[in-house]
Design a protein around this ligand. Structure first.
Ligand SMILES: Nc1ncnc2c1ncn2[C@@H]1O[C@H](COP(=O)(O)OP(=O)(O)OP(=O)(O)O)[C@@H](O)[C@H]1O
Ligand SMILES: [Mg+2]
Length: 468
């Protein structure tokens, strides 16, 4: 307060209280001498949200880990230079600083593995922050309602869809009200309708609690200009390369191949729990060279539909006919030979020590991916351990493993997730080439780019328990 002419005058200019500050932050990998980023200096004040942009491999996730103090420097994989201050205090890596929270890029790796239900999973971060058991239920219910997951609280976390899981992690991170939050691709698994709602929830929570946050996300999934700051990683010009233009290998989509039904789905119904239909009366068909996109809100049954067609689970009613044969008359190996499934969580594909060995296994089973290894940019990664790949590379490996030569039908569950412009172009080229060979493609997606690139594709929109 200033004193002026005998009156007390309140200074209305808001004070900027700094939450996070970096000075000349740099990160290198000593093994190969590669610099991930360097000379990064910025500040975030209370109530501010910043956008982190940069192409694949530019260090967004590693920056997030470093800013939250989670970099396992003892593992010897990184050299960090410069300083990070949180609330004015120097942040040491590995010191488990109170007051930071992170949403990991891969929601499947953020599950605690300790709790039986979603309610208990959400109670876990509150327990760790010392909230009393009496206060917990009302906090959990409030955030569950905000993230539209109240109906899931009694369920086991292992049964959630990708988007439902992402919402649980975001609720769990927001409810402990950390001073600084890093969101690593929080929208990748979230459906079209809920994305803007989620960003509103995050930004208003940051403002109300006086915290600060950084959000690393693909620019085509959100409104960049709604952020207070932008932090750009990668070489100048890389970031702008977000629009995918023309595929390098264009193929005339199967116009030369006589049309024949590859897949017919007739009046399909499915329930995980009695009286709660996930799919009901779902019918469609796919012919040679057809590309059909499946969309719909989180939890509407897209992945379930994929599992049904791949013969992993059995329908309650209806028929699935593959190349003229009902799949309930086919042996498991016959379905696996004819149907390729690239999973939403690509980590579930991986079981060998190198990318080359994963591909070799597919070849031994008679479904070699052939030219798709190169088309998907995996030829330069053959000696790498599959778990060392980025999420984008894991997705492309999952796609290659699905593309085996005998596969007539390919089901791709969110294939373009995590892909920058180059990865997206490779995926699109592979899809066009597969269709050109007369394979039928059922592609589950929340990626607006894919709908632009295939304007003539069939679209199946699932809503809860029905199809329109
Ligand atoms: N084993 C299970 N037991 C009970 N419910 C399940 C099980 N597996 C999935 N579900 C539920 O079935 C519904 C459909 O799940 P599915 O994974 O098919 O959704 P989705 O459309 O793929 O969603 P997303 O866009 O989030 O990936 C969800 O509400 C999910 O929680
Ligand atoms: Mg899914």
């Amino acid at each position: 307060m200033d004193r002026c002419d005998g009156y007390h005058r309140i200074n209305l200019r808001p004070r900027c209280i700094m939450v996070l500050k970096t000075e000349n932050l740099g990160l290198r990998i000593p093994k190969d001498g590669n610099t991930i980023f360097e000379k990064l200096s910025f500040e975030l004040n209370e109530g501010e949200t910043g956008f982190v942009s940069g192409p694949a491999g530019s260090g967004k996730s590693t920056l997030g880990l470093a800013l939250c103090g989670f970099l396992p420097l003892w593992a010897g994989s990184w050299d960090i230079t410069g300083t990070i201050f949180l609330n004015g205090k120097l942040l040491e890596q590995g010191s488990n600083p109170a007051g930071t929270g992170m949403i990991l890029e891969n929601p499947y790796t953020q599950i605690s593995g300790l709790k039986r239900t979603i309610f208990h999973e959400l109670a876990f971060p509150l327990e760790c922050s010392g909230v009393s058991p009496e206060e917990m239920p009302s906090i959990i219910l409030k955030y569950a309602e905000l993230l539209e997951i109240s109906h899931l609280l009694d369920r086991s976390i292992r049964t959630l869809s990708g988007g439902e899981l992402q919402r649980v992690h975001i609720a769990g991170t927001l409810m402990t009200q950390p001073r600084f939050l890093f969101f690593d691709r929080p929208l990748t698994e979230i459906d079209f309708e809920f994305r803007p709602v989620l960003m509103d929830i995050v930004c208003s929570s940051i403002k109300q609690t006086g915290a600060a946050a950084l959000i690393a996300e693909d620019p085509w999934l959100l409104q960049k200009d709604s952020f207070d700051k932008e932090i750009v990683l990668g070489k100048k010009g890389d970031v702008e390369q977000t629009e995918w233009h023309q595929p390098v290998h264009t193929v005339n989509v199967a116009s030369h191949i006589p049309q024949k039904a590859v897949l017919s789905v007739e009046s399909l119904a499915f329930y995980y729990e009695a009286d709660k239909p996930v799919l009901d009366n779902c019918s469609f068909s796919l012919g040679n060279g057809d590309i059909t996109l499946v969309t719909g809100p989180n939890g509407s049954g897209k992945t379930t539909l994929a599992r049904l067609i791949a013969g992993i689970i059995k329908p309650a009613r209806g028929a699935i006919i593959l190349d003229g044969s009902p799949i309930d008359t086919m042996e498991e190996w016959e379905i696996m030979t004819a149907v390729g499934l690239a999973l939403q969580d690509p980590g579930l594909h991986l079981c060998r020590k190198t990318v080359g060995a994963e591909l070799e296994l597919a070849r031994k089973w008679g479904n070699a991916p052939g030219k798709y290894v190169e088309l998907l940019g995996l030829d330069r990664l053959l000696d790498i351990h599959p778990l060392e790949l980025s999420q984008a590379e894991k997705k492309r490996l999952g796609m290659a493993l699905a593309c085996g030569i005998q596969r007539k039908l390919l089901i791709l569950d969110e294939p373009t997730q995590y892909q920058d412009a180059e990865g997206f172009g490779r995926m699109v080229n592979a899809i066009i080439t597969l269709a050109g060979e007369g394979r039928a493609l059922l592609i589950i997606s929340h990626d607006p780019r894919l709908f632009k690139v295939f304007p003539d594709a069939g679209i199946i929109h699932l809503s809860r328990a029905d199809i329109s």
